[in-house]
Ligand binder design. Sequence first.
Ligand code: ADP
Length: 379
Amino acid sequence: MILIVDDKPENIFSLKTILELHSFPTDTASSGEEALKKILRQPYALIILDVQMPGMDGFEVAEAISGYSKARDIPIIFLSAVNTDKKFITKGYSSGGMDYITKPIDPDILLLKVKTFYRLYEQNRELNRIQASLRSEIEFRKKVEGELQEAVRKRDEFISIASHELKTPLTTIKAYVQLLERSIDAGEPTRLYVDRALVQIRKLDNLIVDLLDLSKIESGKLKFNKKPFDFGNTLTTAIEMIRQTYPDYRITRKGAADVEVYGDEMRIEQVIINYLTNAVKYSPDRKEVDVDAGVRADGRLFVQVRDYGIGIPKDHQENIFSKFYRVEESANRFQGLGIGLYICAEIIRRHEGEYGVESEPGRGSAFYFSVPLKTEQTL
Ligand code: ADP
């Protein structure tokens, strides 16, 4: 809507006629005061303002408009006498677009200017609309993000509390079942049941320990007790443990790797056990695992656990060390939480180490890591 402000009804009439002929909706005011009242009530696309009016003149009206936050950007076309000084016209009005037309009015010039301002007004309105919708989109995303973080926070808190609560009774159960195991002779049939129960208890125990580790990582509380240790011994212990748990698997070791490493021995052992357990778990058909360990040319300890099992498709390999990530195709066949490798990655990272996997579906996987050896600087 265009507001025409002029004290002479004949001027208003001719301007209104020209504009409406070109389909511009118009409104009129016959004084500066009336114009200001109308401007406060409704938004206009453009104001055509006579400069010389009794009472408030056009400049005073423009000055008053510039003080209204809602109206200060409405462009104004002044209607002035032929010899009005252009500089004078710009007085008092600075923020909105502005132009002038001299009397007698040339309809073509008037239309040209009105069209230009109208187009600008519409573009501006569109921009404001886009800006408002972008702003609300941003607000919405921020809200969702906040809520999501709060979900994530509650989930982590739940995992932490639940795993602590589960750990205590499980430790007691484990102790009693171990006592029971010792009280039954090896040949007794009930001993088999107790042994089976113990296998499941150990699995549950490992799951809970993993969950506890996960919550420690999340809260920045995974602590390391680093000191120099003999890596060869650690590797032997880990392999022996897996051999005893999975006697039908042939675990071959290459490389003594009798070197001193500076780090948390229990945590490094945890990584090896995790790699080995996975190698066994994901190779149900070919029960062979090769462990390679030694010092590389760059002076770092390199450990690799190779299996000949199901392997990992290429597109999953880079995500395999992420939290809760499991290969979808095999997730139903093999139980797990998808946090073991995530914990391994964190442990290796905290030892300035590197880790990775090479794998081919159907042919097996080789999980590896490397850590620096003990040096003078590490002590
Ligand atoms: P989990 O075994 O409990 O699912 P991990 O974090 O140890 O969790 O492993 C993540 C995923 O990586 C597994 O779900 C599996 O898809 C894949 N994976 C790990 N080790 C192997 C392996 N040796 N062979 C094939 N896939 C493996």
